[in-house]
Structures are given as C-alpha cells and as structure tokens.
Design a protein around this ligand. Structure first.
Ligand code: COA
Length: 259
C-alpha cells in the first residue's frame, strides 16, 4: 500500500519503515500513526519479512514528537482518547512477533522517544538525541513514556528526565542503557540490518515467544517464570525444535520453517 507520511520497503527479508515528514522533523500526526499501524500490520503479515527497522527521514530527526499542532487544543476527554490511540499502536509494536529495531538517526523526542522505546531494540547514530520534553508544554508523555523510560533506565534517572524535560545526547543514552549500540551515522542501517539478519536465521516461533516472555516480566499479574515454562513447552512441540536439535547432532546448519 502507498503511504502519504511514511515509506515502507522490504528488501532481503527486512522491512524498513521510514517516518517521512522531514520538514516537520517527522512529527507524528494522527495520519502518520494510522499509517504506521498499517505498515506494521503489512510487515507482520508478509511471510518474506523477518525483521523490521523503524527510522526517520532526513539527517536531523528520528521523530521530534507527536505533532504539537494537532493536540494543542485538546480537552480532557479528547486528551485521554489521543493517548489511548498512541498506546494501542505502540503496544502493537512492542508485542510484534517479528523483531523491531528503532534506528534512531536524530531527535527522538516526546512521542519519538516513546516510539523508539516501544521497539525491541534501539540502535542510535552518534548524532541522536533523546528526551521527553512534554513537561515544557504542561503535559506528560502520553504514549507510554513514563512507563517505558522507567523500565529502560530505572526510576531515578527516568523521573529526572521526565521532570526536567532535559534532552540527552546519544552517548548519555548509551551510558544509561537506553540504546543497545551507538554507531556513526553511516553505520546505523547496516548495524540494524546485521542484527536482524542474524535473528532471521533463528527459529521464528522461538523469536516470537521471546518477545512475549520478555514482555511478561513487565506485565502486572503475569508470572513471567510460569509464562516461560509454557512458552518452552510450546517451542518443544514445534518442528523447528526437532530440526534445530537434529541439525546440532548432525553438525549442520539448521533450516527453520516457522512451524
Ligand atoms: N510537532 C509539530 N511540529 C514540529 C514538531 C512537533 N513535535 N517538532 C518540530 N516541528 C516542526 C517545527 O514546527 C518546524 O516547522 P516549521 O518549519 O513549519 O515552523 C519544523 O518542524 C522544524 O523544527 P524547528 O523547531 O524549526 O527546528 P530546530 O532545529 O530549531 O529545533 C527541536 C529542533 C527538535 C529542538 C524543536 O523542533 C522542538 O523543540 N520540537 C518539539 C519537540 C517536542 O516538544 N516534542 C514533544 C512533543 S509532545
């Protein structure tokens, strides 16, 4: 499907979704969010796609936030609906059964930082900047930022960033564990591709179970250990497990089918 606000292209098993509003620093308006949901659904449904990269167009921004021009006039009820919509889409990214990496090429602010945090991993260009500056607008993050920033960097650091609205550089984001790797700008997509290609050679059902098991750790009311026991059981019943074990015994490379 052709999109107005983003580009989605699959090559060699990797779908790259590029938020494409560079003149607005790739700010997420409602139309872009809707397209992001659609692009994600298409990538999940495409059996050729083994991994997904989300990035921003242009040299300056990953995503500089939700589009402020769209939410400046919201009342309480509309604000709640606005946040709930973003939550739903970012949760779908977080629970995506295929690996999703945020390739953070520049400003990742507000909803942009939240989008990056909803991805399974974050690789940052040395030029990237991160922050949740909503407090400067009299707001708080509304797309999961208070929860995911706390999850990723811990309570004290997250509270400081949320309360001050400070923007941190990529080096500091790496130091506090917000990003997995820091690379020169030209290495950003190659690094993401290299990781996704390695994962693509693994058993897809096991990869999808890992997404759910890791998420279980952070989900209230779910015993992550019990969840893992069940997931291990499900993996044990797959053809791919038989293939993986046989390949090991026969000293050959496993060929997984996702069954
Ligand atoms: N929503 C809507 N438009 C945005 C935007 C956002 N979150 N972030 C940037 N833009 C737009 C600007 O309005 C500007 O549009 P214009 O050329 O039509 O005036 C364009 O993108 C370029 O931004 P500009 O501010 O001129 O670039 P800069 O290099 O001077 O500053 C930032 C870069 C990121 C520091 C600055 O754009 C900024 O503070 N953005 C808002 C960040 C934010 O608060 N995000 C959280 C929102 S909840």
């Amino acid at each position: 499907m052709a999109f107005q606000n983003l580009l989605s292209a699959a090559e060699n098993g990797i779908c790259t979704i590029t938020i494409n509003r560079p003149d607005k620093l790739n700010a997420l308006n409602q139309a872009t969010l809707k397209e992001l949901r659609q692009a994600l659904n298409e990538a999940v449904a495409d059996p050729e796609v083994k991994g997904i990269i989300i990035t921003g167009a242009g040299p300056k921004a990953f995503v500089a936030g939700a589009d402020i021009s769209e939410f400046s006039g919201l009342n309480e009820e509309q604000g709640r609906a606005f946040a709930a919509n973003g939550h739903e889409i970012f949760r779908a990214i977080e629970l995506c059964p295929k690996p999703v990496i945020a390739a953070v090429n520049g400003f990742a602010l507000g909803g942009g930082c939240e989008l990056a945090m909803a991805c399974h991993m974050r690789i940052a260009s040395e030029l990237a900047k991160f922050g949740q500056p909503e407090v400067n607008l009299g707001l708080i993050p509304g797309y999961g930022g208070t929860q995911r920033l706390t999850m990723h960097i811990g309570r004290g650091r997250a509270t400081e960033l949320l309360m001050t609205g400070d923007i941190i550089n990529a080096q500091d984001a790496y130091r506090v564990g917000l990003v997995n790797y820091l690379v020169p700008p030209e290495q950003l997509i190659p690094k993401c591709t290299e990781i996704l290609q390695r994962i693509a050679s693994k058993a897809p059902l096991a990869v999808a179970e890992i997404v759910k098991c890791v998420d279980a750790h952070y989900t209230d009311g779910v015993d992550g250990y019990a969840f893992e026991v069940d997931a291990f059981g499900r993996c044990s019943g797959t053809e791919d497990f038989k293939e993986g074990a046989s390949a090991f015994m026969e000293k050959r490379k496993a060929v997984f089918k996702g069954k």
